[in-house]
Write a protein that binds this ligand. Sequence first.
Ligand code: FAD
Ligand code: NAD
Length: 475
Amino acid sequence: EPQVEPDPSKKTLVILGTGWGSVSLLKQLDTENYNVIVISPRNYFLFTPLLPSCTTGTIEHRSIMEPVRTILRQKKASVKFYEAEASSIDPERKVVRIFDNSEIRGDITETEVPYDMLVVGVGAENATFGIPGVREHSCFLKEIGDAQKIRKRIMDCVETAAFKDQSPEEINRLLHMVVVGGGPTGVEFAGELQDFFEEDIKKLVPDISDRFRVTLIEALPNVLPMFSKQLIEYTESTFKEEKINIHTKTMVKKVTDKAVEAEMTHPDGKKETVVFPYGLLVWATGNAVRPVVKDLMGRIPAQKDSRRGLAVNEYLVVQGTRDIWAVGDCAVAGYAPTAQVASQEGSFLARLFNNMAKTEALEEKISHLSSTLNLQPGNSAAVSREIEGYERQLRRVKNAKPFNYSHQGSLAYIGSDKAVADVTWFNGNVAAAGSLTYIFWRSAYISMCFSTRNRLLVINDWLKSKVFGRDLSRE
Ligand code: FAD
Ligand code: NAD
């Protein structure tokens, strides 16, 4: 029978977020050991690797969302879920302040949740580096709403460009899709856009389609800095064939409603200001620290030198605290902010917490048996043996190893049914690129941490868009 009221004999474990880190922890946690409370403004898990495919309708957005309540229903003991944002964490009083930021609100919109143990898995927000105009005029690509907004805007640009008597310059501007940031998010999105154009827009809006252009702007000398040199070259040459313009060594300085202003560094070191008029602008320049995390860092003296997130030790304990752990993009553990790292960190914490509960149970048994030892002298040999057995188990459980990340490789889709992959295979590194890699990319994502329902939905979407083309209706 699922227990509904919190059990006073158990510790309260509060988990913030329903992303890669928190959900992978939840999936493997023995929830019967704690009073578990999950708090997140999003009542679903989002499979981010396929988010770029939602921007063009290759995949429908609901196919990559997994309701958190479905995940919780599968747990042995009941878990409470509050759809709310954590606004602050007080490590002294051990409470989290939360508020309901959704459209429909009840009489109570703000309250406090006390914890004994806290896991912070709130992810990161989009970096803008304070560049003027970015927040007002560009689209990000992090949440499901972002992908929906982009999908609508692409079609709005196309329909507006097709409007009666539109001037050629205006058609050029409207059909110019600019992507800032040459990390995997920007590259995958540019690839998806190009596919959309080649496979659908060209056929359906032929009279203006030759004006459609994609430009990728990157401040560093090359795109995809985390991939090997040959894959960077492959990506850049594939983009050239696909007519995606790459501008490297180009740093965006300012954004207005219709144009991007950037500083381009020429090979001779000379700098030039260039203006890119755009119809759609997608901003993908990486992560910044969320306010709730920044606030917590400010309350912990040991975090005074942290900049990119909560510094954690090798057991993912937030430095300077005893009962707060952090996972994923909000934690600084020495790894890249990826889903792969976040999900391994979540699994690690699940094992750790399962072990902690076992340790406590064993310690209790041992102390109980030890106290009976004196009361039953006739039985003492048997009881001692039992105690020894439990102590052996305890040593095994207590011997928890620190977190150790195992890198499975990097994979990115680059459009035209091609992908690039740096994969670790039998301890060696394999760099692969092309269409076979793309098939590997697809099967890898299908087999990853995902429910059967979502797998079927994604396969169905892929087939549907191949057979019937993508849906151009602007919802
Ligand atoms: P998230 O998954 O972002 O989850 C954070 C959670 O916290 C969310 O549920 C959010 O709603 C919640 N939250 C936010 N604020 C609060 C608050 N104040 N209180 C409570 N909850 C809060 N990585 C890969 O390894 N491979 C890929 O192919 C890949 N592709 C990607 C594609 C895209 C388009 C993007 C944007 C990222 C991609 N990543 C990929 C990176 C990966 O998504 C992140 O590293 C990963 O999501 C981090 O997990 P997380 O749990 O830290 O945060
Ligand atoms: P990123 O940090 O990887 O890349 C952002 C890029 O933007 C950088 O190359 C940076 O030089 C550039 N940039 C910053 N400011 C700029 C400016 N003003 N003008 C021009 N360029 C500028 O960010 P991301 O691509 O959003 O990825 C975030 C994280 O998610 C990374 O850890 C990444 O590995 C992960 N991710 C992985 C995948 C994948 O594995 N397929 C896909 C998406 C994201």
